[in-house]
Design a protein around this ligand. Structure first.
Ligand code: SF4
Length: 329
């Protein structure tokens, strides 16, 4: 099902003359790591190292660690390029999935609005033009937002950037998300306030994100209400290069202190409940690392974990009606 482009990787290794390379996979593709490594070692003289640290995006490259281990290049799977400067050359194997969205679009045509925006993740960006043609032939006006900011392809969204969707939101009645899972669709629904239908190409089903959006907002409202009482805040700074927002964290710290609160900058690579559990004196956290953390993992944290925008609501500097997703440039 996956084309992990082993032959192309072998060609690159031979052409560049690399003698040691590192492979980095997100968890969903890691099952294939050993097989890919063994094929590369058969096809080339290079030694292959496999990074096993958690990896959720191209914001989180193992280039520095690979360089320390003597690797001359990193092959990063499953994401498109995001960072420009790296310690060693990084080659991106984006991994396109060969799904056909047309049968699902056909079956659920009646639920697709007349003016619709198409969005997806990098694994499915190659499907958007076909889906657009298909829908336009069936009386739909289709918009696909241009690539911008940290996003590389038209119509692509990341957990930290819904810019493609926002850029066409005023021209559409709703969005169709082609992909899998609910996270990105939920992000678009929150960032644009438009209805979003998930065309789940893995499960072969279509669902609305509306109920999930309401449930999410109720949870966030409760977390904000709890943090409002807080006196001592931990401001989380991500160590991963593409998640690091130290200047923002500093501004938040100064703001909190100016309001008479205690505020501390806490830096770490993996922002997990386990890594924060012993900060028992703190009442709440504000996350400036990957914005997905505050959305997906929030219920697992022992104390409220707010986004910077949610902190503004807690401090009375922003109204609940102007709730916004946390995004990165
Ligand atoms: S910051 Fe988070 S959402 Fe953005 S690319 Fe990295 S892992 Fe994905």
């Amino acid at each position: 099902m996956y084309d992990l482009e082993v032959e192309r990787i072998a060609e690159i290794i031979k052409e560049k003359g690399y003698s040691r390379v590192c492979l980095q996979f997100p968890e969903g593709l890691r099952d294939h790591a050993a097989e890919v490594a063994s094929q590369i070692e058969e096809l080339t003289p290079a030694e292959v190292l496999i990074s096993a640290n958690p990896c959720y995006g191209a914001c989180d490259l193992a280039d520095a660690q690979a360089a320390e281990l003597g690797a001359e290049a990193l092959f990063h799977f499953g994401h498109a390029q995001l960072l420009k400067k790296t310690k060693i050359p990084v080659h991106y194997i984006e991994v396109r999935l060969p799904h056909d969205p047309l049968p699902l679009l056909e079956e659920h045509l009646a639920s697709i609005p007349r003016r619709v925006g198409l969005i997806t993740t990098v694994q499915h960006v190659h499907l958007l033009e076909r889906a657009k043609e298909f829908l336009e032939a069936r009386s739909r006006e289709v918009r696909i937002g241009e690539a911008r900011g940290r996003v590389r392809y038209p119509g692509q969204v990341l957990g930290c950037s819904f810019a493609c969707a926002r850029s066409v939101a005023s021209e559409v009645e709703g969005f169709a998300y082609l992909g899998s899972g609910d996270f990105h669709a939920l992000g678009v629904a929150l960032a644009t306030a438009k209805p979003v239908l998930v065309f789940d190409l893995l499960q072969g089903e279509v669902r609305s994100i509306a109920e999930k959006r309401e449930r999410f907002l109720r949870q966030r409202f409760a977390a904000i209400a709890k943090a409002k009482q807080g006196k001592r805040f931990g401001i989380v700074v991500g160590e991963k290069l593409g998640q690091r927002r130290l200047a923002l964290a500093r501004r938040i710290k100064h703001r909190l202190k100016s309001l008479g609160k205690e505020a501390y900058l806490i830096h770490l690579a993996e922002v997990t409940p386990e890594n924060l559990i012993y900060f028992r004196r703190l009442d709440a956290f504000v996350n400036t690392a990957c914005p997905r953390i505050a959305i997906e993992d929030a219920p697992r944290f022992p104390r409220p974990m707010l986004t910077p925008q949610e902190l503004e609501i807690a401090l009375g500097e922003r109204s609940w009606d102007s709730y916004e997703m946390d995004e990165m440039e």
